[in-house]
Design a protein around this ligand. Structure first.
Ligand SMILES: [Zn+2]
Length: 139
């Protein structure tokens, strides 16, 4: 991840910043998945042509798409990422203390490192399997 991208994610720790990412959000304010509720549930918008309603949590980095207009963003977040530290905190932004915000940032960094390492481990396992196959053909 580039420095710019990292800063971008760090800035997503405020609801206001997350809300500002929902420029191309395909659902209106009359739905239960309006951008205000999405931002309050910890999500920011990362959608594209292929996945027009893709969002990511600023702490657990879970990505979700395929939203239904009657979905509850907080409940969906909880169902798909029950381990999320933001979900566990279960507080509106105005109630979060500086210390708790600091902890969330620490968890975000741990989650980001875990995500990168998990990807590397999977790549390594794939390579190991390929090498094993080549070695077996030589035996
Ligand atoms: Zn989360």
């Amino acid at each position: 991840m580039t420095k710019d991208k990292e800063r971008e994610v760090f800035e997503m720790s405020t609801e206001e910043k997350r809300l500002s990412t929902f420029k191309k959000w395909p659902y209106g304010s009359d739905t239960s998945i309006n951008k205000e509720k999405m931002a309050a549930a910890g999500f920011y918008y990362i959608g594209n042509k292929k996945e027009p309603d893709l969002v990511r949590c600023f702490v657990c980095l879970k990505e979700l798409d395929g939203w239904e207009v009657e979905d509850d963003p907080w409940e969906e977040h909880k169902n798909h990422a029950s381990y999320c530290q933001f979900i566990h905190l279960n507080k509106a932004e105005c109630e979060i203390t500086f210390e708790e915000m600091h902890d969330l940032e620490m968890y975000r960094q741990i989650n980001m490192a875990t995500k990168v390492l998990t990807k590397k481990i999977k790549e390594f396992e794939k390579q190991a399997a390929n090498t094993r196959e080549v070695l077996q053909t030589l035996a």
